[in-house]
Design a protein around this ligand. Structure first.
Ligand code: AMP
Length: 313
């Protein structure tokens, strides 16, 4: 338990939070207090206290190194809910490449500033030992093509790690709604499916992809791109946006091949996949259907793996 005097800026604690939730909190910044919790019991108590006071709680899970894409999720959560909780947890079980985990950017101070200024009320940032038991194995999830194609194929085990941690975070936080970006379209789809199949009473809300002025989808990994990598990476969004404007004027396989050819011949870019699938089940498309479809891309640029997508409806 942390005494009030141990809290940073303890004289600036917002009256918004009842005194019995002062314990375990650290307060940053000037006026708005971002309550920071490292333990499941603390975030759970805080969320329950808010819900008992009649406030709805929105949750934005992240891996930190926050940017404007994350900010848009916090702001969207603030428009939907009375209280916003973010988590920052670099989840080791979803990295199928240990080098990628080591190189994953970590910017805790800047994250706090962004969260406060975006109107976030509480941050859950547990240690790995808080979320995983010693020697724990991730559960295997099978939602057919949704878990096994594209990202599931090229990053074996990745989605098992994602779904394992998202379910743990949902149980730890217990929000009313949770917010995820369409930037990670396949991840969003499997999280919706997992939440429905596990009977978890949390509404999943999708948020549109936020892009840099060049069109490049914002990502925590973009900081690792050099200037020539940035030039190469622009081919991804450019091709996707052109494909969207071609849309249904061409058969799906023609549009898919055109996009694939553009990206596989783009300088500085090593294409992993470029696939047009039905958004609802990730089946490949022979003919256009009434349902929306999505064109998804993964490519390496200067050793950095980038993903992006565009909905063709
Ligand atoms: P991450 O920190 O990469 O795990 O992402 C946390 C959340 O932010 C996920 O729901 C992502 O889909 C979302 N996100 C990441 N980049 C963007 C972006 N450029 N626009 C919108 N949402 C994003």
């Amino acid at each position: 338990m942390v005494a009030l005097s141990d809290c940073k800026d303890s004289n600036k604690i917002s009256t918004d939070f009842p005194n019995n939730y002062i314990w375990g909190l650290t307060f940053y910044g000037k006026n708005v207090s971002l309550a920071v919790f490292e333990h499941i019991s603390q975030i759970r108590s805080w969320v329950i206290s808010q819900q008992e006071q009649g406030y709805s709680v929105g949750f934005v899970p992240t891996m930190g190194a926050l940017h404007a894409g994350h900010r848009s999720l916090i702001e969207l959560a603030g428009r939907h809910c009375d209280r916003v909780v973010a988590s920052v947890f670099v989840n080791p079980t979803q990295f199928n490449n240990s080098d990628d985990l080591l190189k994953y950017p970590r910017t805790p101070e800047a994250d706090h500033v962004l969260l406060e200024s975006a109107g976030c009320h509480a941050l859950f940032c547990p240690e790995v030992s808080e979320m995983y038991d010693d020697g724990e194995r991730t559960r295997h999830w099978d939602f057919g093509l949704m878990t096994h194609s594209l990202e599931g194929h090229f990053r074996p085990g990745h989605f098992d790690g994602v779904l394992t941690i998202v379910k743990k975070l949902f149980i730890a936080v217990g929000p009313n709604k949770a917010f995820f970006g369409e930037k990670d379209f396949q991840q969003l789809a499997i999280i919706k499916k997992m939440t429905a199949e596990e009977g978890i009473p949390i509404e999943i809300i999708a948020a549109p992809t936020i892009r840099e002025a060049s069109g490049l989808a914002m990502s925590s990994r973009n900081v690792r791109l050099g200037s020539s990598d940035r030039d190469a990476s622009i081919h991804i969004s450019k091709t996707l946006l052109e494909a969207r404007s071609i849309g249904r004027s061409q058969p799906p396989k023609v549009l898919e091949k055109w996009s694939y050819d553009q990206l596989s011949s783009a300088p500085g870019l090593q294409l992993e996949y470029c696939s047009l699938v039905l958004a609802s089940n990730f089946a490949s498309l022979e003919n256009w259907s009434d349902e929306p479809s999505v064109l998804l891309v993964a490519a390496y640029v200067g050793g950095v793996r980038l993903i992006d997508n565009v909905i063709i409806d």
